[in-house]
Structure formats: structure tokens, C-alpha cells
Design a protein around this ligand. Structure first.
Ligand code: SAM
Length: 220
């Protein structure tokens, strides 16, 4: 699943036709509990699920894995050059790092020539709106151009959650200057069958403004 809109890889085929995934080495970035890697395994691919959070990887282990889990920062990937055919990330790592170009360059490095990296992030337009699923989430409340990160702190003032904003132009520039070709930019529309709310994502907002941007990138 790429996003709260409900677009899945069976429908989207952004990594290519599912039958072509067989035998492919795939790196999942910011894997969380590794749902995507579990699906990739079922298609015959050979995924490696990477996350910075040890706790998330423990969840992955508890659910069950038949592929390697790697605890590492996506900005410093512990793999040799050209180790993977494909890389993917569903809302993993990229929204949470101050300089996403570090991640993009690392992913490019570990991909083989012709390799594809597909990643989804919150659609940059959402930054200008309150993160609310109801009507209050439909009025512009901040500047789309303000790149000040969103930070939540604990009682001691330690940052416990940080999200970084990039405009759509920033993201395209990040991809291209990191050595990728942008093959597609998908803005999934909210389907009528999806009646669920998840954080600031809801049918109300989803029918009016994009909630997710999926970047399909290829290296030469
Ligand atoms: C919103 S969750 C998405 C998890 C999963 N891809 C999914 O679809 O459920 C973001 C994940 O990115 C991970 N993450 C954040 N920064 C990271 C980094 N610098 N390197 C690797 N993983 C990171 C977090 O630990 C978290 O598991």
C-alpha cells in the first residue's frame, strides 16, 4: 500500500508488473513493520527491510519475516554499490530527514544501473492546511513556502517527532540533482470505496485536495 488513499502496488504497478518482481533484490526504506517487504516476498522478490527504529523492526519480527531486517539510517546505507534492482518507500525516512538528498544519493548508489526507486510522501500542498480530517482542514493556515520543520517535544524539550517540508519543486529538484530521472509523479485520487479516516486523511479532504505524492525515479 502506497498511501492512505488506498492505492496498492497490485493496482499501480509502479515497481513494474508483479510477475517481473520475481528474483529481484529490493530495498525497502523506512520499512516500519515491513508490510511492503512481506508483500514483495509473496511475489518472489528478495527484499531487505531497513528502518532506523529498532522498535519498528521488533514489530516486523513479531509479525513474522523471511527476509533480512536492517537497523540503519537511510542517509548512510550499509550496502555495497549496486546491490539492488529496486528500492521502495511508503512514507519512510524521506519526510523525516532534514536533507533528503542524502537519502536519494545513497539509494542511487546502492541501485544497479537502470534501477528504480519509488517513494511516497505527504503531498507538499498539505503543508499549507491544518492536519485535520474535517472541514477545518480545508482552509489555508500556513505558508506553503515555509520550510520550518514541524517538531513535537517531550517534557524535557527533546524533539520526539520531526517532519520536514519540501515544496513540490524542491522534491523534483532533489530527485534530479541526486542523479535520478523522474519517470512519473503520481497523485492518487481518493476512491469512493475508501470511507476511512487516518490522521488528516479523510474522504472529505481527499476528494478536494491531494494527500500523497508518489515519485517514480530511475537511475541511468
Ligand atoms: C510513517 S512510517 C512508514 C512505515 C512503513 N513504510 C509503512 O508504510 O507503514 C516512517 C518510518 O520511517 C522510519 N524512518 C524515519 N527516519 C528514518 C531514517 N533516517 N532512516 C531509516 N528509517 C527512517 C521510521 O522509523 C518509520 O518506521
Amino acid at each position: 500500500m502506497w498511501c492512505p488513499e488506498g492505492l496498492d502496488e497490485v493496482e499501480a504497478e509502479l515497481l513494474g508488473p508483479p510477475e517481473d518482481l520475481k528474483g529481484k533484490d529490493v530495498l525497502e526504506i523506512g520499512a516500519g513493520a515491513a508490510q511492503c517487504s512481506r508483500w514483495l516476498t509473496a511475489q518472489g522478490a528478495r527484499p531487505v527491510a531497513l528502518d532506523l527504529s529498532h522498535r519498528q523492526l521488533q514489530h516486523a519480527l513479531r509479525i513474522g519475516v523471511s527476509f533480512p531486517l536492517v537497523c540503519a539510517d537511510a542517509s548512510v546505507l550499509p550496502f555495497a554499490d549496486g546491490s539492488f534492482d529496486l528500492a521502495c518507500s511508503a512514507y519512510g525516512a524521506l519526510p523525516f530527514v532534514a536533507d533528503p538528498r542524502l537519502v536519494l544519493r545513497e539509494v542511487r548508489r546502492v541501485l544497479r544501473p537502470g534501477g528504480r526507486f519509488v517513494f511516497s510522501v505527504t503531498h507538499p500542498l498539505r503543508w499549507a492546511f491544518p492536519d485535520e480530517p474535517g472541514p477545518e482542514g480545508l482552509s489555508v493556515s500556513a505558508s506553503y513556502f515555509d520550510r520550518t520543520p514541524y517538531v513535537e517535544q517531550d517534557d524535557e524539550g527533546l524533539a520526539v517527532y520531526v517532519e520536514h517540508h519540501r515544496t513540490l519543486g524542491d522534491r523534483v529538484r532533489d530527485v534530479v540533482t541526486s542523479g535520478f530521472r523522474l519517470v512519473d509523479l503520481v497523485e492518487p485520487e481518493w476512491p469512493d470505496w475508501n470511507t476511512s479516516e487516518w490522521g488528516g486523511w479523510s474522504p472529505l479532504r481527499g476528494h478536494l485536495i491531494p494527500g500523497t505524492a508518489i515519485f517514480v525515479c530511475e537511475r541511468d
